[in-house]
Design a protein around this ligand. Structure first.
Ligand code: GDP
Length: 527
């Protein structure tokens, strides 16, 4: 029976961050292939299609070619167990992405070699930086005409203020792309076009090895020798501590579609990416190898099957050895819950989890008891920090096409809010519920989902709402006075926390000035 330390040391829980089209889906597919989790390339896409058939909401995802909901994929490679958390790529879903990134220990940043760092890469990177998530870089699409490698490295360094340490170096590019030189192990990695064959590395004795002359055309060899010399001169050598602290990124070059460079990337993650990190709770730091189970909900997916109103809460296990059937304490509710049907996720299927270890993600089916940010433990009153809610930037009134469906709508809105798809604000006065989202596209998704999953037709209307702020104060009397004086601007979120919605910037400013003892928060920890 492996010990908890052994299990922890095998786990790598990570996410891929990328600008849409950089190759995240292709890379994911190839990683899973190496993991042996799926037998056939294309299975990830096939899964997308299956999901697409389920509801109209998924149709938006298909039509627009974006991935709206994220999932977990677990696979094994060379003794390690990898939990890959998928992040939605579209910028409208950055909040969901943010939460996924609270549940990983490291990230892979995929860059299109022809485009370099793009807007969404930068945004996602900033989220990683906030949490000091270590980043490994994969420069993709080298089989196409790419930017000069030094230019790319320079851009990463300048734009993201990171030290950059190449692990491999491309030999030629575009049509001329032959493969890479492995700077760490002094070996050649040649690419086989088509992606079905992954060639074994050819060991060489440094760049003066006469074998090179036989293997690489003269004009490329000369360039390679010059470039490698330069890389070794100007780039810092790999430094594990600096990487783990988020200051340095190792860089791999490759071509995901040709399955080239992917094995090296995966080995790299196995070798250097952190094992499940200690997690910060309100009262103390929780080490992964502690014997007692703890974990937090970072994602809730509702209505996976529209015929059953069930949801799955995705839990990141932070410590302990979880076994099926265990009774865990739901700290927010102060109740015990027996976990009979925990799920584990594989490439394109899910299964009942008999056990799970720190770093693993389990899904717990429930009827709404588990919410984003909730902590589960074996009894201790821990509350993990850092799963945030953001004040939505776009606010609209939701209107029913059939006014008799008010109660149903309320339930639909609350369920979707608990899932984190949107935020919903119930007025203290009047009947106009306000829905808040981070990106415009989410209104469309919501409308489709409310129709497909709840059978209710709604539309959204603009409303004079400039910003929503959570109202926090320590003096109940002060809060009561504030409530009485501002009723028409006050709402409750799905957790019944008080929310102030300002009509405009001036309204927000004057209210803050008039109530100096209250805090008007734009983010809120969810627990
Ligand atoms: P995502 O939006 O980041 O998930 O990107 P995809 O994996 O869907 O890839 C976007 C497009 O780039 C698709 O047409 C892929 O076939 C293509 N692509 C991905 N990797 C490579 C690569 O290594 N070389 C080339 N030439 N195309 C690639």
């Amino acid at each position: 029976m492996p010990t908890i330390d052994e299990q922890v040391s095998r786990r790598r829980t990570f996410a891929i961050i990328a600008h849409p089209d950089a190759g995240k889906t292709t890379l994911t597919e190839k990683l899973l292939l190496f993991g042996g989790a799926i037998q056939m390339a294309g299975a990830v896409k096939a899964k997308k299609e299956q999901r697409g058939a389920r509801s109209d909401f998924m149709k938006i995802e298909q039509d627009r070619g974006i991935s709206v909901s994220s999932a977990v994929m677990t696979f094994e490679f060379e003794k390690n167990i990898f939990n890959l958390l998928d992040t939605p790529g579209h910028e409208d879903f950055s909040e969901d992405t943010y939460r996924v990134l609270t549940a990983v220990d490291s990230a892979v940043m995929v860059i299109d070699g022809a485009k370099g760092i793009e807007a969404q890469t930068r945004k996602l990177f900033e989220v990683c930086r906030l949490r000091d998530v270590p980043i490994t870089t994969f420069v993709n699409k080298l089989d196409r005409e790419a930017r000069d490698s030094f230019e790319l490295i320079d851009q990463i360094e300048q734009d993201l203020a990171l030290d950059v340490s190449p692990v491999t170096w491309p030999i030629g590019s575009g049509r001329d792309f032959h493969g890479c030189y492995d700077l760490v192990n002094d070996q050649l990695l040649f690419m086989e076009k088509g992606g079905n064959v992954v060639k074994e590395a050819i060991p060489i004795k440094g760049l003066d090895d006469p074998k090179l002359d036989e293997l690489i055309p003269d004009y490329l060899l000369e360039k390679l020798r010059e470039e490698v010399e330069m890389v070794r001169e100007i780039c810092p050598p790999f430094d594990l501590q600096s990487y783990r602290e988020g200051h340095l990124t190792p860089v791999f070059f490759g071509s995901a579609v040709n399955n080239f460079g992917v094995r090296e990337l995966l080995r790299g993650i196995g070798d250097i990416a952190p094992t499940p990190r200690p997690q910060e709770a309100a009262t103390r730091l929780v080490e992964a190898a502690e014997p007692k189970v703890s974990g937090f909900v970072f994602k809730v997916q509702a209505n996976i099957d529209p015929n059953h109103r069930d949801r799955i809460a995705f839990i990141r296990l932070c410590s302990g050895h979880f076994k099926r059937g265990m009774k865990l304490k739901h700290v927010r509710a102060g109740k015990q819950m027996a976990v009979h049907n925990p799920m584990l996720f594989f490439a394109n299927e899910r299964d009942i989890a008999e056990e799970a270890w720190p770093g693993d993600i389990i899904g717990i089916p429930n009827h709404g008891t588990l919410r984003i940010g909730d902590t589960l433990t074996e009894g201790e009153d821990l509350r993990f920090r850092g799963v945030p809610a953001f004040a939505p930037e776009l606010l609209q009134k939701v209107r029913l096409d059939d006014p008799l469906k008010g109660k149903h709508l309320q339930r639909a809105l609350e369920q979707l809010a608990e899932e984190g798809a949107s935020q919903v604000f119930k007025p203290m006065m009047g009947a106009d519920w306000i829905v808040g989202v981070v990106g415009q596209l989410q209104f469309e998704v919501l409308k489709e989902r409310i129709s497909a999953e709840y059978g209710i037709k709604v539309h959204f209307e603009p409303t004079p709402a400039y910003a929503a702020r959570w109202v926090i104060g320590s003096d109940p009397l002060e809060i009561k006075k504030f409530r009485d004086a501002n009723q028409s601007a006050l709402f409750e979120d799905h957790d019944e926390t008080l929310v102030f919605i300002a009509r405009n910037a001036w309204h927000l400013e004057t209210t803050q000035r008039d109530w100096p003892n209250l805090k008007f928060e734009a983010t809120r920890e969810q627990n």
